[in-house]
Ligand binder design. Structure first.
Ligand code: MAN
Length: 349
């Protein structure tokens, strides 16, 4: 059952609201924002995916390259080239090498009411690390020890991994580089230590044995992670049979940690569901959604760059109300509210 109350104003941020980072680029997707409250406002750190305007008969993408003029290089291939494999709007393969069709940066937007956002004219993080040449994506913001911790995906030829930054004022940032190596993404930190350690959910991917499952790990210093434990696996024949990953920081409730996660089926239809985990040992599942709590049912969630997708990695929690910000069809940003009590009720609490 879909229990989300979508904003009437959806989509709240669309392609036209976001100027490209350079004149020659086109914004193809505005999606998957991290969210946080700061200075009495709601802020988003959105993922903005760009490329050059496409030429007929070709697919092209952009890659950051310090040696290229303007710091950006275009990679283009003919659609009829037998070495090209291109059947997913998000990625293509050429001669055995995988490229993303767009390059993402992170861009800040802010709002007084959490619904109407003002978007910055320029990127906040363009992805200037050697492990970010294909872009930066899907930021989670966790408030921890009074600071904000940003975990996001860094993509490069070397793979897809988890990057970390820390800030106390949103002006200066301490960068920790890659904390979890490829292939890994969907990393969210807990808002407090557990058993004296920092804790996170993350999502390594197995190519042959294994799959796209949610894992738990702990760290004494946020940089060195251990105690890796697989918490939840995909379920064949169900809505989350193909892949799954954590959303924003777990919410502490009277019954344990409540995590809103995304799951996709073999048709790549992305929905949201819940995991309820033991307060002292979050590797122990107390309950899990049989059915999604939110599915792509609105038109803007079904049609776009990559249709039938609801993906959230940003939320603001106020009392019983969780406002999630989410990417719809990998194309626009939307908002919805969920009640913690209602979510728990779907799990039998
Ligand atoms: C998947 C999708 C893409 C994303 C890449 C790299 O293919 O989620 O949108 O760009 O992974 O993270």
């Amino acid at each position: 059952m879909d229990i989300a109350k979508r904003f009437e104003q959806n989509p709240i941020i669309a392609l036209d609201d976001v100027p490209p980072s350079a004149e020659e680029l086109v914004v193809e997707c505005v999606l998957n924002p991290g969210a946080y409250e700061f200075d009495g406002k709601v802020h988003l750190l959105m993922r903005v995916a760009e490329r050059r305007a496409q030429t007929e008969g070709q697919v092209s993408t952009i890659v950051v390259d310090g040696a290229a003029p303007g710091g950006v290089r275009t990679v283009a291939f003919a659609l009829d080239d037998p070495k090209l494999k291109y059947d997913d709007s998000r990625i293509f393969w050429y001669d055995g090498v995988c490229y993303l069709t767009t390059r993402s940066h992170l861009r800040h937007a802010e709002s007084e009411d959490g619904v109407h956002f003002t978007v910055d004219a320029k990127p906040t993080f363009i992805g200037d690390h050697a492990l970010e040449t294909f872009g930066v994506e899907d930021c989670r913001v966790t408030r921890l020890e009074g600071d904000d911790l940003l975990t996001y995906t860094g993509v490069s030829e070397a793979g897809v991994g988890v990057m970390l930054k820390r800030t106390s004022d949103w002006r200066s940032f301490e960068s920790y580089g890659m904390i979890l190596p490829p292939h890994n993404k969907d990393c969210t930190l807990f808002e407090e230590k557990i058993g004296g350690q920092y804790a996170c959910f993350h999502r390594p991917s197995g190519v042959d044995v294994g799959g796209n499952f949610i894992w738990y790990a702990t760290s004494p210093d946020l940089v060195h992670w251990g105690g890796h434990t697989c918490v939840a696996m995909t379920r064949e024949g169900m809505w989350d049979e193909q892949r799954m990953g954590a959303g924003a920081a777990p919410i502490l409730t009277d019954h344990g940690w409540l995590e809103i996660y995304h799951g996709a089926n073999h048709q790549s239809r992305y929905c949201l569901g819940l995991l309820l985990l033991d307060r002292d040992d979050p590797t122990r599942i107390i309950a899990r959604s049989d059915d999604p709590i939110m599915e792509p049912i609105a038109e803007y969630e079904q049609k776009g760059f990559f249709g039938n997708v609801i993906f959230t990695n940003g939320q603001v929690v106020r009392g019983d109300e969780v406002t999630i910000y989410y990417g719809a069809s990998d194309t626009v940003i939307c908002g919805a509210t969920l009640s913690i009590n209602e979510m728990l009720a779907t799990l039998g609490f």
